[in-house]
Design a protein around this ligand. Sequence first.
Ligand code: IMP
Ligand code: MG
Length: 180
Amino acid sequence: MQALVEDMKKAQVFIKEEEIQAIVNGLGFRIQQDYQNIEEPLIVVGLLKGSFIFMADLVRQINLPMNLEFMTVSSYNLENKQEKELKIIQDINTPIAGRDVILVEDIMDTGRTFSKILDLLSSRNPKSLKTCALLNKKECRVAEVTLDYCGIEIPNKFVYGYGLDNSQLGRNLPYIAFEE
Ligand code: IMP
Ligand code: MG
């Protein structure tokens, strides 16, 4: 743990706070435009823990009625990227049938998390279901998933900060970092 803390002191800034804010503002603007004629409140579902900071900033850029929901899912081992059964640790507790839903993630990597949660949520018959991620590692995609609202495409490097963790550390950084 101490070694990791030391390593993180050498972290490089990859995406600055102001750049993140500009990206998030752009996403919020697009979502607001797309849903301006919505009849019932939009349901925005964030995947914990990674999306919590992004989600908090994003929804404050959208001036529409909305319900906020969170789901906690277990993820696979990033080192070997082996597929493991995705476990829902905490589900949303609002019915989504007939409602417009946006699923929000910090980062889309292989796409497996999105794909599985999308299957689960679609089985509940929402009126519409879209995806939003701040970061997109497009070259790592394994599962076929449409990313409707993509913040920024990044190369295949491990990043953390702004909600994303490095072995559960670094989520509180206001910028996105990477290690050389
Ligand atoms: P996917 O199912 O492979 O698309 O993985 C998505 C999840 O893996 C994300 O929600 C993150 O929790 C995690 N992840 C993928 N890449 C990174 C990274 O570079 N830094 C931190 N977490 C990551
Ligand atoms: Mg995550």
